[in-house]
Design a protein around this ligand. Structure first.
Ligand code: FAD
Ligand code: FES
Length: 233
């Protein structure tokens, strides 16, 4: 159980929740959240948006019953959080180019903030694509070296990757597929996959996906994979 410090709308339908937590948390990892008894049956996976000073932050979009319940929670209420789960993003020793789409931008903030804190001399650029209302842009501008924003268009049309950059992307599968295709083969590309999850720890096989390296569990083997493993590029 974690005590909620705050839970507020960033824009209509997108919420930021801060809870008490202490322990080691890596960018790209996720927690299974639950604030209900039997209905819905399963806990819901939500990525780590930020983590510092005993405070864990989630950024989530209200899409169905589980996230609707999460959005009603108030400061002082408790939420069950199991995790952190998943391998998270790999350690990057080059400059970074990050591509986020919609709520897929959620796990990218902690990634960039930590990367810049640990590698102040390395560059980090982020492409942010939103269908209608952008959010979090000022926060990204405060930690990244450059933010390239697109609203209503196709973010990969603007994408131009430099030879020395490692690329990390999270967002709709169609966007990540496009990123995996347009980035030159010389650049390493990591994608963060989504899947319906039940256990989050590799026990139920519910999140199994076919890859070139055989069947993989998104929760335990991922959610981050190298592009060549999951996409035909
Ligand atoms: C590793 C991981 C990290 C995630 N991180 C975040 C995050 O940081 N912020 C965030 O807002 N969301 C995140 N998600 C997605 C989030 O888990 C789902 O939106 C949530 O479970 C929906 O629950 P619900 O009860 O509100 O909606 P439901 O009633 O369960 O579903 C509503 C609709 O969304 C679809 N849906 C639900 N879950 C998924 C999924 N995993 N993939 C594709 N479609 C789905 C359903 O098919 C349905 O159409 C993450 C998912 C994974 C697997
Ligand atoms: S969610 Fe159960 S194996 Fe991945």
């Amino acid at each position: 159980m974690a005590v909620i410090q705050s839970n507020t709308a960033v824009i209509p339908g997108i919420y930021k929740m801060c809870v008490d937590f202490s322990g080691e948390v890596k960018p790209g990892q996720f927690f299974m959240l639950r604030a209900w008894d039997k209905d819905p049956l399963l806990s819901r996976p939500i990525s780590v948006h930020d983590y510092q000073s005993g405070q864990l932050t989630f950024l989530y979009q209200v899409v169905g019953k589980g996230t609707e319940i999460l959005a009603t929670l108030l400061p002082g209420n408790e939420v069950t959080i199991q995790g952190p789960y998943g391998n998270g993003f790999p350690q990057v020793n080059t400059d970074l180019c990050v591509v986020g789409g919609g709520i897929g931008t959620a796990p990218l903030y902690y990634l960039i903030r930590k990367f810049k804190a640990e590698n102040p001399n390395k560059k980090c650029r982020i492409y942010l694509g939103f269908r209608d209302y952008p959010y979090g842009v000022d926060e990204f501008a405060a930690v990244a070296d450059e933010v390239i924003l697109d609203v209503g268009g196709i973010i990969t049309d603007k994408l131009s990757v430099l030879p020395e950059e490692t690329v990390i992307t999270c967002g709709p599968e169609i966007m990540m597929t496009a990123v995996a295709k347009v980035v030159p083969p010389e650049n390493t590309v990591y994608v963060s996959l989504e899947a319906h999850m039940a256990c989050g720890i590799g026990a139920c096989l519910g999140c199994t996906c076919e890859t070139k390296a055989g069947n993989k569990k998104v929760c335990k083997d991922g959610p981050v994979f190298e592009r060549g493993v999951v996409f035909n590029v």
